[in-house]
Design a protein around this ligand. Structure first.
Ligand code: VGL
Ligand code: ZN
Length: 197
């Protein structure tokens, strides 16, 4: 077994004071740092959007954050502008150890959002992470980070579908929880065979 820790989107904009702050988002930093030495590989992801990204409410006249629109690939929640590539909001949260093996950026295509670390929201366009993990012989994944009900959830579902052995450490995750999204995410992950610890 080769076991990787995948740290999802622990970035300034997802922490208190940020543009899309997840309640207590910064509380995951210390537990994640403490877990890193226990893994064969550590991978960090970064939500990394161009300005004017199609997931931003500001890109859709008349829409406000948290409205849902139909995109060619399905329904899409519209967000406040966040994690604009190269800006302070897209940086890793202060204190997070960044001496990882790989930093994977996602969400950089203007017309499509990417919650999952494996596929963009069309569930087709690959980020390349699967190939990286398989080439390194990694078969076991532990996921932590932000947010439990969006990027961690979508990453865990894809990872399970791809046949990886997946654990989500909920103590090192925090949720946005839009209208029951956290409970739905937990139920879906459990049903997909993801271990919730
Ligand atoms: C995320 C909403 C928009 C996340 C990213 O990291 O969970 N959520 N972009
Ligand atoms: Zn985003």
């Amino acid at each position: 077994m080769t076991h990787a820790l995948i740290v999802i989107d622990v970035q300034t904009d997802f922490c208190p004071g940020g543009a899309l702050a997840v309640p207590e988002g910064d509380a995951v930093v210390d537990p994640i740092n403490a877990m890193m030495p226990d893994f064969d590989a550590v991978i960090l992801t970064q939500d990394w959007h161009p300005s004017g990204h199609s997931s931003f409410a500001s890109s859709h006249p008349g829409k406000v954050p948290y409205d849902v629109i139909d995109m060619p690939y399905g329904p899409q929640v519209l967000w406040p502008d966040h994690c604009v590539k190269g800006t302070p909001g897209a940086e890793f949260q202060a204190g997070l150890r960044t001496d990882a093996d790989l930093i994977l950026r996602k969400g950089f295509r203007p017309a499509i959002d990417s919650y999952s670390a494996f596929f963009e929201n069309d569930h087709e366009t690959a980020t390349g992470l699967e190939g990286y993990l398989r080439a390194r012989g990694i078969n076991q994944l532990t996921l932590v980070g932000l947010a439990t009900d969006f990027c961690v959830h979508f990453s865990a579902m894809d990872a399970a579908r791809l046949g990886f052995d997946v654990t989500v450490r909920l103590d090192a995750c925090r949720a946005i929880d839009l209208e029951g999204s956290l409970q739905r995410a937990l139920d879906e992950m459990k049903n997909a065979g993801v271990a919730l610890a």
